[in-house]
Design a protein around this ligand. Structure first.
Ligand SMILES: [Fe+2]
Ligand SMILES: [Fe+2]
Length: 181
C-alpha cells in the first residue's frame, strides 16, 4: 500500500535522527562541548519533518480513517498509544529547546543534563514508537481498512506529498539527515 510504504520509509529517516541524537549525547558525556546550533538543527528536523511532515499524515489521514471505523482495539491503540506518544515527543523537544536556551544564557551542568535528558528521551521514545507502528499499528490498519479506504488514504497522502514537494520539504530534510547517517 503506497501510503503505508511511504510512512515506513520516513520511519527510517526519523530513526536515523534518533541514532544521531544518541551519538551527540554520548559525545558530550565523553567530554565534547555542547553544539547548540547542531541541536537546534535536530529540533528543526523533528518539528518540520518528523512531526509536521510525518505525524501529520498519520494523525490527519491514516489514523483518522482507522478511528472512523469505530473499532475498539484501533481506538485504544491510537488514542491511548500513538497520539499520546506524539504529544510526549513534542514535550521532550520543547523541553530540549528550553534547555538549550538556558545553556546559552548560563552553561551549567544542570542545563547540560537537561539537554541530554530530553534529547535521549526523545530518541528512546521515538525508537519504541516507530517499532510499534512498524510491527503492530500499520499491520492492524492493513487488516482493518477496506480497499476503498486504502485508495482514499493513498490519494490523500499523495496530495500531501505533492504539496510538501512545492516547499522542497523532502529534499531539504533527506539531504540533511543523509549527511548525519
Ligand atoms: Fe506515529
Ligand atoms: Fe510514524
Amino acid at each position: 500500500m503506497y501510503g503505508i510504504d511511504l510512512l515506513l520509509e520516513e520511519h527510517k529517516n526519523i530513526y536515523a535522527l534518533t541514532e544521531y541524537l544518541n551519538k551527540i549525547c554520548c559525545l558530550i558525556l565523553e567530554g565534547a562541548k555542547v553544539d547548540v546550533m547542531e541541536f537546534r538543527e535536530c529540533i528543526d528536523f523533528v518539528r518540520n519533518y518528523a512531526d509536521k511532515h510525518h505525524h501529520e499524515k498519520e494523525e490527519k489521514i491514516l489514523f483518522k480513517f482507522m478511528l472512523d471505523k469505530n473499532d475498539s482495539a484501533a481506538e485504544k491503540l491510537i488514542r491511548n498509544g500513538m497520539l499520546v506518544e506524539h504529544d510526549l515527543a513534542r514535550y521532550h523537544i520543547d523541553e530540549l529547546d528550553k534547555a538549550l536556551t538556558q545553556y546559552e544564557k548560563n552553561p551549567t551542568s544542570k542545563a547540560k543534563l537537561d539537554i541530554i535528558t530530553h534529547a535521549a528521551s526523545y530518541a528512546d521514545l521515538l525508537q519504541r514508537h516507530i517499532n510499534k507502528e512498524n510491527e503492530v499499528c500499520y499491520n492492524y490498519a492493513q487488516r482493518l481498512l477496506s480497499d476503498e479506504c486504502k485508495l482514499l488514504i493513498n490519494e490523500q497522502i499523495k496530495n500531501f506529498e505533492e504539496n510538501s514537494q512545492k516547499d522542497c520539504i523532502q529534499k531539504k530534510y533527506l539531504l540533511w539527515i543523509d549527511k548525519r547517517k
